[in-house]
Design a protein around this ligand. Structure first.
Ligand code: NAP
Length: 312
C-alpha cells in the first residue's frame, strides 16, 4: 500500500459482495482495492458445508466456492489490503473519504461497505461460559469433534437445517430444536433433513439453559405450547439463530434500521453520497450468495456513475 495514494474506490470486506464488486471495479478500469481484516476471503460462505444453489457451480463446499471467487479476483489483479477498518471520515474539500484502519489511513473517491454479518447469540445461561467447550456457531468448523456423539442444533433457518444435515453424517444423533412448528429453511434442505433417520426435530421448543461444568453435558428444553420441560443429554450445541450485520463501525455514517442493516435500495446507494452498501449488510429480502454478488456489481455501477458525476 503506497502512502498518500488516492483510490477511486475502496471495497471493505472480501465475502461474495466485496469480491463481486472488486471484479466489476477492476474491469471498469477503476483504481480499486479490497480491505479486509482477514487474509482468507469468503466471509460466512467459508463456514457453509455445501452450496447447491449458486448458478453454474453446484455442489461445491463453501471453502471451494470462496477459493474460486478469490482466484477470479486475483487473476484480474485485484489489490487486497489486510487491515481492520476502524471508521470512515469525509474530506469535504477534496471530496474524498478517509478509511481509517489499524494499519494506515486510506483515501478514496467512493467506498463500498461489504462487511457482511456474523452469527447471533442465543442469549441463554451457559452459552457464553461454555462457548468453545461444546457450544459452537459453526458446524463445518467444529462438527468433527462430535463424531458418534449426540448434539443439538438450535434454529429453523437455512443454516440450522444445513448444519443438522451435515452433523447427521458425523454424529450418532442430532436434535434440531425450533421454536415454531414450521421451518423457514428452503424446501430442498427440509427434504434432505426429513430423510435422515438420526435427526429428531423438536417443534415449538426453546432451549432455556445450556448445562455443564467445564464441557456441555446437556440442555434444558421447554415446549412453549405445553409448558413441559425436559433435560436432553447432548455433548454439543450448535447455535444457528440468525445473523447480525457487521456495521457497528459505520454507525452515524449512513442510515440504518433498528437492527443495524444499512438502508439502501438495489442501486446500493446509502444516505451518504459516495458510500454504497452491498451484500448481507444491506436491508433486503433475500440474503443469498448470488444476491450478494449481484449487489457487488450494482454497487460498482452506482459508484462509477457517482465518480463520473463528481469529475464534471
Ligand atoms: P434466519 O433465516 O434468520 O433463521 C434464523 C432461525 O433462527 C429462524 O428459524 C428463527 O426462528 C430462529 N431464531 C431466531 N432467534 C431465535 C431465538 N432467540 N431462539 C430460538 N430460535 C431463534 O438465519 P440463518 O439460517 O442464519 O440464515 C441467514 C441468511 O442467510 C438467510 O437469509 C438465509 O436464507 C441465508 N442463507 C442461505 C443459504 C442457502 O441458500 N444455501 C445458506 C445459509 C444461509 P423463526 O423461524 O421462528 O423466526
Amino acid at each position: 500500500m503506497m502512502k498518500n495514494e488516492v483510490y477511486d474506490l475502496l471495497i471493505i470486506g472480501s465475502g461474495p459482495a466485496g469480491l463481486g464488486a472488486a471484479v466489476y471495479a477492476v474491469r471498469a478500469g477503476l483504481k480499486a482495492a479490497v480491505v479486509d481484516k482477514s487474509p482468507v476471503s469468503g466471509g460466512q460462505v467459508l463456514s457453509t458445508y455445501e452450496v447447491d444453489n449458486y448458478l453454474g457451480l453446484p455442489g461445491l463446499s463453501g471453502g471451494e466456492l470462496s477459493e474460486r471467487f478469490r482466484e477470479h479476483a486475483d487473476r484480474l489483479g485485484v489489490q487486497f489490503i489486510i487491515a481492520e477498518v476502524q471508521g470512515i471520515g469525509s474530506n469535504e474539500e477534496q471530496r474524498t473519504y478517509t478509511v481509517r484502519t489499524d494499519q494506515a489511513d486510506l483515501e478514496a473517491g467512493a467506498v463500498i461497505l461489504a462487511t457482511g454479518a456474523s452469527h447471533s447469540p442465543l442469549g441463554v445461561p451457559g452459552e457464553t461460559e461454555l462457548s468453545g467447550m461444546g457450544v459452537s456457531y459453526c458446524a463445518t468448523c467444529d462438527g468433527a469433534f462430535y463424531r458418534k456423539r449426540t448434539v443439538a442444533v438450535v434454529g429453523g433457518g437455512d443454516v440450522a437445517v444445513e448444519d443438522a444435515v451435515f452433523l447427521a453424517g458425523i454424529c450418532s444423533k442430532v436434535y434440531l430444536i425450533h421454536r415454531r412448528d414450521q421451518l423457514r429453511a428452503a424446501d430442498s434442505l427440509q427434504k434432505k433433513l426429513f430423510s435422515l433417520a438420526n435427526v429428531e426435530v423438536l417443534w415449538d421448543s426453546e432451549v432455556k439453559e445450556i448445562l455443564g461444568r467445564d464441557m456441555v453435558e446437556g440442555i434444558r428444553v421447554c415446549n412453549n405450547k405445553s409448558g413441559e420441560e425436559n433435560r436432553l443429554d447432548v455433548e454439543g450445541v450448535f447455535i444457528a439463530v440468525g445473523i447480525v450485520p457487521d456495521t457497528g463501525v459505520f454507525s452515524g455514517l449512513v442510515e440504518m434500521d433498528d437492527k443495524g442493516y444499512v438502508l439502501a435500495d438495489e442501486s446500493c446507494a446509502t444516505s451518504e453520497k459516495g458510500i454504497f452498501a452491498a451484500g448481507d449488510i444491506r436491508k433486503k429480502a433475500m440474503r443469498q450468495i448470488i444476491t450478494a454478488v449481484a449487489d457487488g456489481a450494482n454497487a460498482v455501477h452506482s459508484a462509477q456513475a457517482y465518480l463520473n458525476a463528481e469529475k464534471m
